[in-house]
Design a protein around this ligand. Structure first.
Ligand code: XFA
Length: 417
């Protein structure tokens, strides 16, 4: 038995979930059909350590259709969907993942995937690559390269490469425009609103909706909240970002002012202590507060606790805090990422782009990995264009193309102005 999952009997439910995701992931499906004929991953053994979700299952099926053998573990004990894991095991993927596994079990699962002597690795958070480096450096001899999905993972790998410690080449999939831009702006934008609605069922039209941080995530959330008729206020620290928010038509002010007028607050800064005691003291009765930025540090919950005389869970993912004077503040998802805790994370259509980048990165490594240095590589910008073009085609949308004369005009510097 080359798998360990919670319960194989869940496979049928898992298959339905995967099929639904497949119907929403046209780019990966198009790449799969092409790869079935061309077999770009023939002979490759891929070890993956990535959230076991229905979207990841679509990626795994694509890797296998392209000729690879695959061995998988989940990268987070809480993101594994047991039904999906069962479906993958039942169709012959060697997968070691179940919901809620312990840290010890997590590393056991990674060891199982490495026992299969991979030629390529795929990471989300770099745990697999780190395990190869620290425990099985000899495996690097037969590893052509790896990929990394996240910002944090890429940062760590760059630090390693800087110290000359990286023992095989890695593609920073995160840094592709069709990955982070679409994840952060469009994925986080929709899923955060989705989380707020599921946890509260509030009417957004006419509400004052305060977005802390106008980076990619904040920008996406602000745009979607406005689309639902909310009156959006942005808070920022960086002048260029604040100016962009102003020119995009949002009101910008310090949180000390916004705290008094907001109905709904969402933090998307990546920094700690964005909403703190003095803000809670000023908020209106009924204010809703949540976070879609960095873990659970953006809202200083201990201060909310201290200011409150009582709290109760009024709905799932929604805690009502009653302050000394009777005002109520509603904290969603305990200040953790509201789009993960109260909704379902990025929609499949968004993961389609990230995972298409993963797939093409692995194909590049299979073809040319031997020629690469032990560094962190970015994917070529042409790949972004190729994927965006594919996504547009699946939406039935065509664009204009430059004529030869236009291209010549653009390149010409002899004529002056
Ligand atoms: C769970 C993901 C994390 C799920 C799975 C089930 C549900 C919700 C935990 C994840 C990431 Cl840390 O998937 C989410 Cl019910 N994703 C990625 C994702 N988001 N990330 C929003 O959806 C991006 C990110 C995050 C959270 C970057 C940096 C820090 C935190 C994997 C995935 N998502 C699609 C799920 N659709 C059901 O496959």
């Amino acid at each position: 038995m080359n798998f360990k999952v919670a319960d194989l009997k869940m496979a049928e439910q898992g298959r339905l979930k995967i099929e639904w995701a497949e119907s929403r992931m046209p780019v990966l499906m198009a790449l799969r059909e092409k790869a079935r004929a061309e077999q770009p991953l023939k002979g490759m053994r891929i070890a993956g350590c990535l959230h076991v979700t229905k979207e990841t299952a679509v990626l795994i099926r694509t890797l296998r259709a392209a000729g690879a053998e695959v061995s998988w573990s989940g990268c987070n004990p809480l993101s594994t969907n047991d039904e999906v894991a069962a479906a993958l095991a039942a169709e012959g993927t060697s997968i070691y993942a179940w919901h809620g596994l312990s840290t010890e079990e997590f590393y056991w699962c990674i060891e199982q995937t490495l026992a299969f002597k991979p030629t390529l690795t795929l990471d989300d958070g770099a745990d697999l690559i780190f395990t190869v480096h620290s425990k099985h450096p000899e495996l690097a001899q037969s590893i052509l390269g790896g990929t990394e999905e996240t910002t944090t993972g890429v940062q760590r790998l760059r630090a390693m490469a800087g110290d000359g410690k990286l023992i095989y080449p890695v593609y920073a999939v995160n840094d592709s425009e069709t990955k982070w831009d679409f994840d952060n702006v469009y994925g986080t934008g929709q899923s955060s609103i989705d989380g707020i609605l599921r946890a509260t069922s509030v009417f957004l039209a006419g509400k004052t909706f305060v977005v802390a941080g106008y980076g990619h995530c904040g920008k996406g959330v602000a745009a979607r909240a406005r689309g639902m008729g909310a009156n959006v206020v942005v808070t920022e620290v960086k002048p260029t970002q604040a100016l962009k928010a102003v020119l995009d038509g949002f009101r910008v002010m310090p949180m000390d002012q916004a705290a008094r007028i907001g109905d709904i607050f969402i933090t998307a800064t990546g920094v700690n202590d964005i909403l703190v005691g003095r803000h809670f003291e000023q908020m209106k009765d009924g204010a809703v507060i949540c976070n879609t930025g960095h873990y659970d540090v953006e809202i200083r919950i201990p201060e909310l606790e201290k200011l409150s005389k009582g709290k109760r869970e009024i709905r799932p993912n929604n805690e009502e805090y009653t302050l000394q004077d009777g005002r109520r503040i509603y904290l969603l998802a305990k200040g953790r990422l509201v789009n993960l805790a109260a909704a379902e994370g990025h929609p499949s259509e968004v993961m389609d782009m990230s995972f298409a980048n993963q797939f093409l990165a692995l194909c590049r490594l299979a073809k040319d990995g031997r020629k690469f240095e032990k560094k962190v590589y970015e994917l070529p910008p042409e790949q972004d264009q190729e994927l965006a073009f594919l996504k547009l085609s699946t939406l039935g949308i065509q664009t204009d193309t430059l004529s030869e004369e236009q291209k010549k005009y653009m390149m010409d510097y002899s004529a002056g102005t």
